[in-house]
Design a protein around this ligand. Sequence first.
Ligand code: 5RP
Length: 226
Amino acid sequence: MSADKKLAAAKAAIEYLPQAGVIGLGSGSTAKLFIDLVGDLVRSGRKLTGVATSQDSRDQAEALGIPLLSDSGPWQVDVCVDGADEVSRELDVIKGGGGCQTREKIINFASRFNIIIVDDSKLSEKLGMKWPVPVEVLSFAHATTRAHLERLGSVKLRLRNGAPWMTDAGNFIYDVSLGVIADPAATDQRLRALPGVVETGLFIQRANVVLVAAAEGIRKLTPSAP
Ligand code: 5RP
C-alpha cells in the first residue's frame, strides 16, 4: 500500500470525527497516520480522547499529547478508525497483521461507529484469498491448540527473530490459511470454539464504512441492507 494512499485514507476518516468525543485508535501503519492527524486536531483545540488498540498506538498517542482513557474500560467510543489486511465484497474484514486483533475487536465492539481505512489492494472477492486468519492463542498448551487449528487449515506460528511473536497480552499468534472462506461467521465461530483460542482476526459485519484509497480517489463502501 503506497504511503500516499494510506495518508489519503487516514485523512478521509478525519471527516467522520465528532467535534468532541472518544475515538478508538487503531493499529498498523495506516492507523498510525490517522493517529498523527488526531494529534494535530488535539493540538488545535479539538476535545478528542483516545482509546488505544495496542501498546504501540498508546505510546504514539501519548507522545502526541492525545488524552487517553485507561485500558480497563468500559468506554463509550464514538468512532473507531482502524486498518485492515483484507476486506471482502460483503465488507467482512481480516485484521491482525500487527497481532492486535483482540484489542482491536474489543474496541470495535465498544464503538458506535467503525471506520476501516485501506487501499484498494486490500479488497477481495472473498476473505482468505489474500490473507490467512491471524488467531491469538494462549501460550499455555499452544502446541495442543495448534493441533486443533491444523484440523481446519494450514497453520504457521508467527515468529520474530526465531522466537514466537508475542501479543501485548503475552499470547502467541497462529496464522491459519483456510483457503477461500465461504462463510466467515461460521469460520469465526469454529475457531473461537477451540480451547486456547483467545480471538480471531475475522471481523464480521463490523464496519459501518470502509474508506478505500484508490488512484481515482476515495471510495466509501457501506454495508448493503440485509
Ligand atoms: C493490526 C491490524 C492492522 O490494522 C492491519 O494489519 C493493517 O495494517 P497496515 O495499515 O499496516 O497495512 O489489524 O493488528
